[in-house]
Design a protein around this ligand. Structure first.
Ligand SMILES: N[C@@H](CCC[C@H](N)C(=O)O)C(=O)O
Length: 279
């Protein structure tokens, strides 16, 4: 049997997108591995599955799998790709579409050209929502890592968990080593995406993210939202911030607690293809 897929990316965070609105898609671990494998399969950071809505308040259900096969609650860059996918595949011509992930409902809109805007909902700052094991909610937490050095972090859920570390220079930050160490910390019961944020000025930042279930990606949409939320809570950023990531640029807007985070950025289709499955 042939499985049809679309390869897409958002600022270099790349996806295999599957339309499961018209035919059944069974995401077995072996199939997810084949789709994400860059040598023996198609290759991507995440697999995105568009499904018919499970309730009348949304247009589609949106499932997300990391490259390691783990199913997760949110993917920001993927939501822009999904907005483009449903337009290009004639699944919806609405100006705004609503999608449900495991953890949130998002609203997606086309802005112009290749740019899409997503209402990502309000960030969740209660440690229980992340989940992060802390005695009480705080804007800064100190994490003690195995090798001893205390680390200041901000912790946010955007429907998936994020720890944000402010660094002087993202180019020299030990992204993989520190990212792994923070992910393994027992305070993060479901692991965590780890963002390294360099503040250039109040409206410009640079960001690298060591993602859960993948490793470092060229961009992380929810990571950009979480980084701006933390930068604002720490009093270092304005309401609208351009976030330079390795694969491009995202604009994040957040007016403050209880308000939704708005993310604007590119979504590109790379190619369409088919793979034989089962082999
Ligand atoms: N690339 C994403 C986030 C994907 C999920 C993440 N790795 C997790 O495990 O929570 C984005 O653009 O937000």
């Amino acid at each position: 049997m042939k499985l049809h897929f679309t390869k897409m990316h958002g600022a270099g965070n790349d996806f295999v997108v599957i339309d499961a609105t018209r035919s059944r898609f069974a995401p077995t671990p072996a199939l997810l591995e084949r789709l994400s494998d860059r040598r023996f399969g198609v290759g991507c950071d995440q697999i995105l599955v568009v499904e018919a809505p499970s309730a009348p308040d949304v247009d589609f259900d949106y499932r997300i799998f990391n490259a390691d096969g783990s199913e997760v609650g949110q993917c920001g860059n993927g939501s822009r790709a999904l907005a483009r996918f449903v337009r290009e595949h004639g699944l919806s011509d609405k100006a705004a579409i609503r999608v449900r992930t495991q953890t949130s409902v998002l609203e997606l809109r086309h802005v112009d050209g290749n740019r899409y805007r997503v209402d990502m909902g309000a960030p969740r700052l209660d440690p229980a929502d992340v989940p992060f094991d802390a005695a009480a909610r705080a804007e800064r937490y100190t994490l003690t890592l195995a090798h001893g050095e205390p680390l200041e972090i901000g912790v946010v859920s955007m429907g998936n968990p994020h720890a944000v570390i402010v660094v002087a220079d993202v180019d020299t930050a030990p992204v993989a080593a520190l990212g792994e160490a923070v992910q393994r910390h027992p305070a993060f019961a479901q692991s965590v995406n780890v963002g390294f944020l360099q503040i250039v000025d109040r409206t410009h930042v640079r960001l690298r993210v060591y993602e859960r279930g993948v490793g470092e990606t060229l961009a992380c949409g929810t990571g950009a939202c979480a980084a701006v939320v933390v930068g604002r809570l720490w009093g270092q950023l304005d309401e609208r911030v351009d976030v330079q990531v390795r694969g491009g640029e995202l604009t994040i807007e957040w007016s403050g607690e209880g308000q939704p985070v708005l993310m604007t950025g590119p979504a590109e289709t790379v190619f369409e293809g088919e793979i034989e499955w089962p082999k």
